[in-house]
Design a binder for this molecule. Structure first.
Ligand SMILES: Cc1cc2nc3c(=O)[nH]c(=O)nc-3n(C[C@H](O)[C@H](O)[C@H](O)COP(=O)(O)OP(=O)(O)OC[C@H]3O[C@@H](n4cnc5c(N)ncnc54)[C@H](O)[C@@H]3O)c2cc1C
Length: 455
């Protein structure tokens, strides 16, 4: 399918003479931010002269840096460091805060639901960078479970963990305390492994503040549907996956292979046919595509991603895609690039540049990035990294990941502030006090996230 796209030059309709060329970017994540940067760099003069206009449409007002999710849960990095206001990141663009609900490919318009009603935006070029969202089809997950990806999900999970620790410290009911201090994490990929390690470290740190917790040690169960953890790096990097598995055991995480999370209940998780009483069920399983009504004619793969050619063009003229929402052929083997942040950044850079080149009448360039590697942290000093085929573990791996992640944060200011967080935590230990500037009711954060995740 990808090959047939690559062989076909896609004519892009000419804008109406006199009007600016309209570029609409959907999303406020890695693809969108780096896509905008590339567009703005190449089209600087044309933007200033009003010959081109870039509009960024994002459901969220901030960019989320997911790389530090485990560190936020472990109390090592503040949640705020992972969120950068989009207005800072896309200077010069028209920023529309809203959710793209539909695209009219014939009229070349996007309909956006905003807080003030619906808006219709015309486009000559449309960049789809809406990422993916957590699957919510598992029974009970929306009502009783937690996740870490959605707009408010990480904050809600963080607050919920504060809450269960406080309740566990207060209760005199031993069984209830044991339930509250049990966390079930579903998913044996990078996200699940990192979250399980982070929660285990967090509970250990909480024992210092609540000595009663030491009498009932926390239990973290990592359920994975497959036979081994980190299937994405096996068999080539078995050493890395085995290292991660050993670190989890060392942290006291109970790893359950070949075990599916079937249902989340008010008081626990159904793992296979066993009901595990738990205070928290955290799912990192399954990402689904964001539906965009009207784009059904765009060629998609079996996962629902928009298939692009090597220039990041979809099957519809003037519609481009990158990041998790797209199946972009890898330069070496032609299969889709993995869905992670570095690829989304690199897609954004290439697609932004190619849109600009098309507007300027220049030749577009192929996406040639071959990849760099992958990285996970199982706690401070416990890195599991693959860099250009070389595996790095322990402190070396951890420091390599630490350096890379700061480098790839979208805002230098936030990267410096994050380093400040690390230094403070180094001296004073993890920050496990509940934030004071927030609604403390977890439901306040969970509730608004539901419609957008389900939409
Ligand atoms: C917990 C976790 C940890 C991760 N850790 C890592 C890691 O360590 N390293 C790594 O490389 N990758 C990591 N990833 C994966 C990485 O975050 C994603 O691959 C990356 O975010 C994809 O970028 P994107 O631009 O495609 O989408 P996103 O970054 O998800 O951005 C999508 C944007 O689109 C917006 N949006 C969605 N729907 C609409 C709509 N209809 N209209 C308007 N806007 C919309 C969203 O609000 C969001 O701003 C992690 C992911 C998670 C969940």
């Amino acid at each position: 399918m990808t090959a047939s796209l690559a062989s076909r030059p896609v004519p892009v309709p000419a804008p109406t003479p006199g009007d600016p060329v309209e570029v609409v970017v959907l999303g406020g994540g890695y693809t969108a931010v780096w896509g905008h940067r590339a567009l703005a760099r190449r089209l600087r003069r044309h933007l200033r002269a009003g010959r081109v206009r870039i509009t960024v449409v994002s459901a969220s007002t901030t960019h989320a840096f997911h790389g530090w999710t485990g560190e936020v849960l472990a109390g090592l990095v503040s949640h705020d460091r992972t969120r950068t206001p989009l207005a800072e990141l896309v200077p010069g663009a028209r920023l529309v805060h809203g959710t793209a609900r539909g695209v009219d490919l014939a009229a070349r318009t996007v309909t956006v639901a905003t807080g003030h009603g619906r808006r219709t935006l015309a486009f000559d070029h449309l960049l789809v960078g809406v990422g993916s969202v957590d699957a919510t089809s598992l029974p009970g997950l929306v009502e009783h479970g937690h996740s870490v990806k959605g707009e408010h999900a990480l904050r809600a999970t963080d607050l919920h963990l504060h809450d269960v620790v406080a309740r566990a410290a207060d209760t005199t009911d031993e069984e209830e305390r044991r339930r509250l201090l049990t966390v079930v994490v579903a998913g044996g990929g990078f996200a699940g492994v990192e979250m399980a390690a982070a929660v285990a470290a967090r509970f250990r740190a909480a024992e210092a503040d609540h000595p009663v917790l030491a009498t009932t040690p926390a239990r973290v169960v990592l359920a994975h549907a497959g036979p081994t953890l980190l299937p994405e790096v096996r068999p080539r990097f078995d050493r890395l996956a085995d290292y991660a598995a050993r670190q989890l055991v060392d942290l006291g995480v109970e790893v359950r292979p070949d075990t599916r999370l079937e249902r989340v209940t008010r008081t626990g998780a159904l793992l296979g046919d066993e009901l595990v009483p738990a205070g928290t069920v955290l799912s990192t399983v399954g990402q689904v595509m964001v539906p965009l009504a009207g784009t059904e004619s765009v060629v998609r793969d079996t996962r629902g991603r928009m298939v692009t050619d090597a220039w990041l063009r979809t099957s519809v003229a003037g519609v481009w895609a990158g990041g998790d929402a797209a199946a972009v052929p890898h330069v070496l083997h032609g299969r889709p690039c993995p869905p992670n942040a570095l690829w989304a950044i690199k897609h954004g850079v290439r697609v932004g540049d190619n849109i600009a080149r098309t507007i300027l009448g220049r030749r577009v360039r192929r996406f040639r990035f071959p990849g760099l590697g992958q990285a996970a942290s199982l706690g401070v000093g416990r890195g599991a990294v693959e860099l250009y085929g070389v595996t790095l573990t322990g402190w070396v791996g951890w420091l390599a990941r630490w350096g890379f992640f700061h480098w790839f944060m979208p805002s230098r200011r936030r990267a410096v502030a994050t380093i400040g967080d690390w230094l403070r935590r180094w001296r004073h230990g993890p920050l496990l006090e509940p934030p004071t500037d927030l609604p403390t009711a977890v439901e306040d954060l969970r509730a608004p996230a539901r419609p957008s995740v389900a939409a």
